[in-house]
Ligand binder design. Sequence first.
Ligand code: 9PG
Length: 673
Amino acid sequence: MQWQLERVPEGTVLRHAGTGISFVWSLCRISFSPDTEKAPITCSLVEMGEGDQATAGHDDESLPNSHGFTVACQQVGIRARLDIGCNDLVTLAGRLVNDTDGPLTLHSLDIRLEEIDFGGSDAEGFAFFKNGYQSWTATRSFGARDKERSPWLPPARLMQDNLHNLPVARRGRFTSEMFTLVGDNRLGRYLLAGQGEPFQQFAYFRTSVRPDDRHYPMQMILDFGGQVLPARSTIEIDRIVLAADNHPNRLLERYLDLIQVAQPRGGDLPVGWCTWYYYYTRVQRSDLQENLACVQQHAVDWHYFQLDDGYQAAIGDWLSVNQKFPEGLDPIVSDIRKTGLNAGIWLAPFLASRRSTLFREHPEWFLKDRDGAPLGAGLNPAWRREERIYALDATHPEFQEYLDRVIRTLVHDWGFRFLKLDFLYAACQYGRAHDPAVSPAGRLRLGYSIIRQAAGEEVFLLGCGAPLTPSIGMVDGMRIGPDVASFWFPTFRYHLTRDPHALSARFALRNMLNRSQFHRKLWLNDPDCLLIRDTETRLSAAQRQTLANGIIITGGLLLISDRLSRWSPELWQKVETIETHSRACFSGRTWPLDLMERETAELVYNTTGYLAIFNFSRRARHKRVPFSPYFEGLVDPGATFVSVWDGRRYRFNGSYLDAGVIETHGSLLLKRE
Ligand code: 9PG
């Protein structure tokens, strides 16, 4: 038993024997409204005495070594039974009980840890790892002097951030979703706080630190998003776990094992082609034919050929195609099948635009804002300006029937075997739903189960623009970063928008490396598409190589999005090499070893024996990779590696590996000899 719990007058002190990390568990508050229209009431949950506990009941399900306590807000009739269990993890589990004769609208359960102590004398070594809300959200670590930003434009926030846990752009104030890692890099001590099953709420974390602080507070929030708890009923709350270790990757691995609900899809690495990053919404039938012809000519062993955004008559009307596809999608699917590939298609199942037939005919199928109007879901610059989009209500029975029919038609009538489900955040937006007893996270889970039921087990479901926790166990693959692009970074646009998630090769790489451990624990990671074209690109040769190396070492889906007829014979050869190494890395575990020290990990190890070394700085750098602490227990101190691309040899000399000079945005991909 590594964690010890001690009761003191200020609260409950928890101390981890292995690392010496400790904190005080001080306060728990709940916020709810007796009536949807009324302002929320926030009350501190007070621990009840022995006698009161007896009336609370529910002693059936306590955790090992638990300190069960019933906390309640007596005057209004809500009760929480919480258990803190302590072994090598601290686990908080519990339920909420509505003791009244009317429904209660739930907002949040707020738990505070005070005086988190890593044993340092100030915050110089402080590091905070932020996991973003959904696929596209920035995911990276910060130091005590950093600022975490959110875009200026409200639609960009709505489409990429969690509106209910927005960064405040102040030095030392940080937010995270689903889990966070905080720690001290100088001491090598880390604490993980994370959300567990059943993933019916959103969990988020906030902290605030000043450079001379020795202790930090942390707020952990379970957000119910206005879910209604009917009279005299009970709900289980999502678990919260805390763990400590000297190695951030080991800690993350422990957490991912704990929350893994299903084995990811078996079989080989999925390889495919996608229309988006060359054709965008201009895609037409002849483009598909042209690329299919190339695939056939080169006899490659790919599995999927996916049509992205651009075929539909309007966002929401997935079964009516536009004038670029005059013969519909049937002939396309049969062309794809004839080439031996599986056809894939993109759709945004919980979005519809104002000009769609769906919106005009069924405004009642949408989530509603405060005034009862359909809830806006942002705007995509790739679509027409007048194409205002709205969020559908996954709890509406008639919409559920429509969704079922759309998916059945795409899969069983038209023959698609791969569905890229995009803009899924819309299902979780806070608004009035047909069934208010389903939480926002629960709405997305409900939507996924309707889609899975209609599509069948065999169809590959890829989540995109998707809040992470409700997707666990529901999708085969998951986009884990923002859109890639044929440029490194939009410097000018970034200055205008300050969008920390901005689509770019740089930020796509940041998320794919920083989130690489999710792969095959929660789903298959989709790092977004590989672009290796050497024409019609603003990526330098080094940047293209780095994108390829990042996709290879992290072992996720390999989806290509170039115009294949423009590839030279060298590029066809190159993609073969990429496939070989991607297949090898696919089944390994990837550890971004310096995750807590930089915005984007630069030392990435795959347990099948691959090592990638990146230089994300703006200058060429001579890189000496220290053996300790990163490689202890992973490779031996004299291990030799060979460069995958030029056969050069590199060796750990007991204390470091000299990687030589790596150009700006360049990288090495090495394999154990
Ligand atoms: C099709 C594209 C591609 C791409 C998806 C998604 O405004 N935004 O914040 C925004 C983010 C991502 C995005 C579009 C808009 O791209 O990730 O692969 O399928 O939709 O429209």
